[in-house]
Design a protein around this ligand. Structure first.
Ligand SMILES: [Zn+2]
Length: 445
């Protein structure tokens, strides 16, 4: 077996790993490259392998940086199959449709809606823990605890087994189960993500408590609360937290407005895939308390509904995209409410360099929205403890439960320092032998 890292080596986007099992070629993830000035060009470059030679594509989960370039494989002659969890299949399609719109560069989208139609037909949805065979290669998905449907991928060929972690959840993420600790067979090699290979998160319980306090205070002051949030994962966790606050009486009669058509579609997928829920969520369902539904929640579908928020009398809570304020309906709400001292803006996710979200977090006095200067008088809060990724301690703990012992640990999906630091920590903890991978590097298993 051989693994080549065609993406997410020394970086956190563009996941794309080629696993060769004899003559069979399995690609794991085909993600969008994001964040770089030349990302548009990089995403349009030909793949460094021949898409028509692929025997299958496996998608670990539905995030853009893991699935975003998939429709581009078609032009190179790829004809499937695409294996992924049934929930990830639905999320991936939502993400691809969104990308058709967002990826336009020089008047050209990265791919078209009709290519998305074609690629969606190649999907063979899978369940966790049941193997699928592709010409002598066995593929199994295990719960990764990152977002709905997220999976570690185990590839088995002629007695050798390699696992690609995909993104690994932090544990105690609401709604979904934690990363699995139940493995049946020993593994020879593991590709481990290292997004936070050199960092520790603030604890989730403290973050949730802080979040509740901020909301309570803002509501008491009769202010507007704006929460820029990513559509997949974070929005659903926020709904879960608001449901808990309504149940405990901490959030009486305050409208919570979900104002993102994409997040609404994703939430519908989250609501329908109950087989992915953890025990606590099942307990809530059994007691008649749907975890992402509560009195006061309104989903704003049309743009007219979205525009009506402007005329509302606060307090009200608005969850809208995009998560870094680079576009989407949140911009209209910021234009209307950022200039008021009574408004609270809560950032619940990482803000990339150069984004409006980052500028607000950094405390700028004004921002320019739709050609208009808007003073940033609102109270800006940042919460960093909602991460869907395992931090360094959680990654090491996760690694301890992997059976083998694997003889190779390959750290990808992390900036250079993060991947290198995780490799060092793994080696020091006695794992044999950990390496931070380089772009286009190939490893023999
Ligand atoms: Zn992810």
């Amino acid at each position: 077996m051989k693994i080549t890292f065609h993406g997410a080596a020394q970086r956190v986007t563009g996941s794309c790993s080629l696993v060769e099992c004899g003559k069979k070629k399995i690609l794991v993830d085909c993600g969008m490259i994001q964040g770089d000035d030349d990302a548009h060009e990089l995403n349009r470059e030909p793949f460094p392998f021949d898409p028509k030679e692929l025997d299958a594509l496996v998608l670990t989960h539905g995030h853009l940086d893991h699935v975003g370039r998939t429709p581009r494989l078609l032009a190179g002659g790829f004809r499937g199959p695409i294996l992924t969890h049934a929930a990830s299949a639905q999320l991936a399609e939502i993400v691809w449709r969104d990308s058709v719109r967002l990826s336009v560069y020089d008047g050209e989208p990265l791919y078209t809606d009709s290519e998305v139609d074609q690629v969606a037909k190649l999907i063979q949805p899978m369940k966790y823990n049941s193997a699928q065979e592709i010409d002598g290669v066995n593929i199994t998905l295990r719960d990764a605890g990152h977002i709905l449907g997220s999976a570690h991928v185990v590839i088995e060929h002629k007695g050798k087994r390699v696992m690609l972690s995909g993104d690994i959840g932090q544990g105690n993420t609401p709604i979904i189960r934690d990363p699995t600790r139940e493995w049946d067979k020993p593994l020879d090699a593991v590709v481990i993500e290292s997004t936070y290979g050199n960092r520790l998160h603030k604890g989730r319980p403290e973050t949730v408590a802080e979040f509740r306090d901020i909301i309570k205070q803002a509501v008491e002051q009769k202010g507007m609360v704006l929460i820029p949030a990513f559509a997949i994962g974070r929005t659903q966790e926020l709904l879960f937290q608001f449901n808990a606050m309504v149940n405990s009486g901490e959030l009486p009669r305050v409208p919570v407005l979900l104002d993102s058509p994409m997040a609404e579609r994703v939430t519908a997928v989250y609501r329908s895939h109950r087989e992915c829920y953890d025990k606590e969520t099942w307990k809530m369902l059994d007691s008649g308390d749907p975890p992402m539904n509560f009195q006061g929640l309104r989903e704003l579908v049309s743009s007219d509904e979205s525009k009506s928020v402007k005329k509302m009398a606060p307090p009200a809570i608005v969850i809208a995209g995009s998560g870094m304020c680079t576009g989407g309906r949140i911009l209209h709400h910021l234009k209307d409410f950022l200039g008021r001292e009574s408004t609270t803006v809560i950032f619940v996710g990482w803000q990339g360099h150069g984004t409006m979200g980052r500028r607000l977090v950094d405390g700028v006095e004004k921002v320019r929205i739709h050609g208009q200067d808007v003073k940033a008088k609102a109270n800006i809060k940042t919460l960093n403890g909602f991460s869907a990724h395992a931090d360094q301690a959680a990654l090491l703990e996760w690694a301890k439960h992997v059976p083998g012992p694997p003889k190779q640990w390959l750290c990808n999906h992390g900036e250079e320092d993060a991947a290198a630091q995780l490799a060092t920590e793994l080696n020091q903890a006695g794992f044999q032998k950990a390496t931070a991978v380089e772009p286009e590097q190939t490893f023999e298993i």
